[in-house]
Design a binder for this molecule. Structure first.
Ligand SMILES: Nc1nc2c(c(=O)[nH]1)N[C@H]1C(S)=C(S)[C@@H](COP(=O)(O)O)O[C@H]1N2
Ligand SMILES: [Mo]
Length: 532
């Protein structure tokens, strides 16, 4: 029996080229089926273990810090989309390669798919929230994909074995319908169907449903009524940040590629380490504790001078001090090591968690259960510390330990072990490069020095004398405050305006210009405006 060699085919009118394309397509639809079946198995068995997601998460946790920083700088909040797309493109290229390889040596193609499957299985198994079923989506997905690749390759090669000179059923010859198109199309449709069904299952088992069932109790210790005088209408209309940040506008910073899907019914927190009595608390027990509600302004250590990674909300929670009293902290401990369901860790200093400030295990934000992306069902908040050392979202484990014994996620990547928030101020209006009319120009913004409080804000124009701005009221020293300065702009031309705050201890904000890494940015915010 005669078999066609590649050389013979190449010689014959680009048929080989065409065949190669079909085989590449077979690789692609097989990979799509891998992901689809993986998603379906994830939906049934392990919602957080869909193949693309576990691989993406594994990549996020392994890329060097400089690359991660560069990605965030370049792509901003699109960094996760860019990463997922990159992974999808790489997988697609490898899949096409597998298809082409399988054409000549089936084992080689299957090998490439197998390696992809193993990568998924290892990534799934090495997740911090891994269970025995976590590797299943990648394993079964890869099995389905391999099977598809073998069947499709055999069909395509059998066609080819008929020889280039014979009529091609694929092109609608008398032998029948365009079979290879149907085969590949059918596989692609199966991939879509399994993937779609899996996605629907994942969503229906979601935290969103669980969140809708939560009824928050009234706080035993409610937040103070806001003193009148915040949010002057004219300043807000021209762009001054409102005192309270709407939940939908609240900044989000985390390492989670996909927002962790935790149901309140499944949640529990283990408190252990240097304690007298270990404790595990579930969501209902937590809600039954006397809860406290407070206005607290959160800030990210990676916020640039003038940046927007800062927001003020009303948080409802159980004081960490009370929780730690329940377990009894032992001698020598100085750190609270918090771990979230997705494996993120942070190191919070015990001193600040227990000195009487409103450090809390939080269940509510602005009167509602925590939104998923802000840590549903439970997160931490400690006033006065940057989020990366205080505000663990989706927290499920608290270990009382010592800074000498443990380091957390961002500390391992070059950021400081401790992160008290630096005194800062920001100009919201006028915007930089605005053109303003001669006369009285309102300059306004926010200033923060959480837990020390803001005692003064000053403004200067063209590096002249500092002049006092008017501070608007705030709920406590744990929140930012708004400020307004009426500038008499009587000289036409370009002017620079700078701002600085002084904290409650009388220490002015530093002028030293410093980048966010390792312990927070500093320097004065400024805008340049032109008066006409
Ligand atoms: N699980 C988890 N918690 C986390 C983070 C994270 O990456 N993962 N990031 C921290 C950082 S750096 C900040 S600034 C705050 C941001 O909280 P927000 O997204 O609710 O504004 O969450 C903190 N908690
Ligand atoms: Mo942060």
């Amino acid at each position: 029996m005669r078999t066609t060699t590649v050389e013979e085919e190449s010689a014959s009118t680009g048929v080989a080229e065409g065949n190669r394309r079909w085989h590449a397509l077979a690789g692609l639809v097989s990979a799509a089926l891998t992901l689809g079946v993986g998603q379906l198995v994830a939906g049934i068995a392990s919602p957080s273990a869909a193949p693309l997601v576990v691989v993406g998460d594994a990549v996020v946790d392994r890329v060097p810090a400089w690359l991660k920083d560069a990605a965030i700088r370049t792509f901003g909040s699109h960094d996760k989309t860019v990463l997922l797309t990159t992974i999808a493109v790489v997988v697609a290229l490898l899949a096409a390669l597998a298809g082409v390889l399988a054409r000549r040596r089936l084992a080689a193609g299957v090998g490439v798919v197998g390696v992809l499957g193993v990568v998924g299985v290892v990534a799934a198994a090495s997740r911090p929230d891994a269970t025995t079923v976590s590797p299943l989506p990648s394993a079964l997905g890869a099995a389905a994909g391999t099977y598809a690749l073998v069947v499709l390759t055999r069909r395509l090669t059998r066609r080819r074995a008929q020889g280039p000179g014979e009529p091609s059923p694929g092109r609608g010859a008398a032998g029948g319908p365009p079979r290879r198109g149907v085969l590949l199309g059918g596989t692609a449709a199966a991939a879509l169907a399994t993937g779609g069904a899996g996605q629907a299952l994942v969503t229906s088992r979601s935290a969103e449903q669980s969140r809708a069932r939560v009824v928050l109790p009234a706080p035993a210790d409610p937040a103070p009524a806001l003193p009148p005088g915040t949010d002057p209408a004219d300043a807000v209309a021209s762009g001054l940040t409102t005192y309270a940040t709407r939940t939908a506008d609240f900044y989000r910073v985390d390492t989670a590629l996909v927002v962790p899907d935790v149901q309140a019914e499944d949640w529990s927190l283990r408190v252990h380490g240097l304690v007298e009595r270990e404790l595990t608390i579930d969501f209902d027990t937590l809600l039954a504790k006397p809860l406290r509600e407070r206005w607290i302004t959160l800030t990210c250590v990676s916020n640039e001078v003038g940046g927007s990674y800062v927001g003020n909300a009303r948080w409802l929670g159980y004081p960490l001090r009370d929780l730690l009293a329940d377990v009894g902290v032992r001698e020598g401990a100085d750190m609270l090591f918090a771990t979230s369901t997705d494996g993120f860790t942070l190191s919070a200093p015990l001193a600040e968690a227990t000195d009487g400030r409103d450090a809390m295990l939080v269940v509510g934000m602005n009167g509602e259960p925590l939104p998923r992306e802000h840590g549903f069902p439970v997160r931490m908040v400690i006033p006065g510390l940057y989020g990366y050392v205080s505000a663990c979202k989706w927290v499920t484990d608290l270990e009382v330990t010592r800074f000498a014994d443990k380091t957390a996620y961002w500390t391992d990547r070059g950021w400081a072990a401790k992160g008290p928030i630096k005194t800062a101020s920001r100009i919201d209006v006028p915007k930089s490069f605005a053109k303003v009319r001669r006369g009285r120009v309102p300059v306004a913004g926010v200033a923060w020095a959480q837990h020390r409080g803001v005692s003064a804000v000053e403004v200067r124009v063209d590096e002249g004398e500092w002049a006092q701005a008017r501070l608007l009221p705030s709920a406590s020293s744990d929140t930012w405050c708004q400020w307004v300065y009426d500038w008499d702009a009587d000289e036409p031309g370009s002017h620079s305006i700078q701002v600085r705050a002084t904290d409650g201890t009388g220490t002015p904000q530093t002028a030293a210009v410093v980048a966010p890494i390792p312990d927070g940015a500093s320097g004065y915010d400024s805008v340049t405006v032109s008066v006409e």
